[in-house]
Design a protein around this ligand. Structure first.
Ligand code: ATP
Length: 279
């Protein structure tokens, strides 16, 4: 049931070590998020998994096959959303989508895919007339046209407006429900939090934390902040037992004005992890 298995992955570019011993396991049907600052090694890792980059060391299996030695039949089973695929600007959305469908043995229906990414009303437009966000949707359409078992999405929503990002999230959740395994990199933490079943944070070529969005970096058990409005104004209490703190407050004062209990956000945890790495 493993879609991706990586052990001790290494990649150097001259003197730069881009990936320095990464282990990863992604199960079939999972949406897995890869987070990390610029230059952390995400794209390098993803491109090795896609079979577009050689590695210097380690073991990699993607859908049971070493991507470095994979044949076309393997390529047929994966989907890649490129950052601006469409290098045939004179073709229309419908034409390029139909063309791409021909590369695969069991493609999805091009019209349905165009509809799924919200481009039906632009299907007749030439690619060079599309807006940036519309081109991004086309990139996604071309990534899923082959009905892949495993879909790679490297920063798929960069440049999309908030509504388009939300639609994109629905599309990804729909694909995941149909059983597609998805590896997603993104700089939008809210997006990863909504979409990913599990995620890993990578910094300087190594994985510094791994978990679910709710538990990453000890988030679920981290100290909470309880705030309320007391007689002297806003009160703040940091506590590992927020329920008890609220119960004690209620016992002492009755109903509490302006009460909030907050745990660290995914972004708080992420910044802390990355900050610790950079020290
Ligand atoms: P970003 O979030 O900025 O896209 P990333 O996590 O995807 O970053 P990579 O693109 O994998 O990071 O880069 C990892 C490191 O390897 C960086 O230091 C980068 O400069 C270096 N690097 C990447 N590609 C090459 C290349 N072709 N030649 C030399 N160095 C490279």
């Amino acid at each position: 049931m493993t879609a991706v298995r990586v052990r001790g992955l290494q990649k150097r570019y001259g003197k730069t070590t881009a990936v320095d011993g990464i282990d990863l396991d992604i199960q079939r049907g999972e949406v897995f998020g890869l987070l990390g600052p610029n230059g952390a090694g995400k794209t390098t890792t993803v491109e090795i998994l896609e079979g577009y980059r050689d590695r210097d060391g380690g073991e990699v299996e993607v859908l049971g096959v070493d991507p470095g030695r994979a044949h076309n039949s393997w390529r047929d089973r994966i989907g890649v959303v490129w950052q601006s695929t469409a290098d045939a600007p004179e073709l229309s959305v419908a034409e390029i989508t139909r063309n791409f469908a021909q590369y695969y043995q069991h493609p999805r229906d091009p019209e349905q895919v165009i509809d799924q990414v919200g481009l039906t009303e632009h299907a007749g437009k030439k690619v060079y007339h599309l807006s940036g966000g519309q081109r991004r949707r086309l990139d996604v359409a071309l990534g899923i046209i082959g009905d892949p078992e495993l879909l790679f999405l490297d920063e798929p929503t960069t440049g999309l407006d908030p509504e388009a990002r939300r639609k994109f999230a629905d599309l990804i959740l729909g694909l995941a429900q149909e059983g597609t395994t998805i590896l997603l990199t993104s700089h939008y933490l809210d997006e990863v939090e909504t979409l990913a079943d599990r995620l890993a944070v990578i910094a300087r070529g190594v994985i510094v934390a791994e978990g679910t969005p709710k538990t990453l970096g000890g988030r679920a058990t981290a100290v909470s902040t309880v705030q309320w409005i007391g007689e002297d104004g806003l009160q703040t209490l940091d506590t590992a037992t927020p329920a008890k703190a609220v119960a004690d407050l209620y016992a002492a004062h009755g109903e509490i004005t302006g009460l909030t209990v907050s745990r660290p956000t995914l972004e708080d945890v992420y910044i802390k992890l990355i900050g610790a790495e950079n020290e």
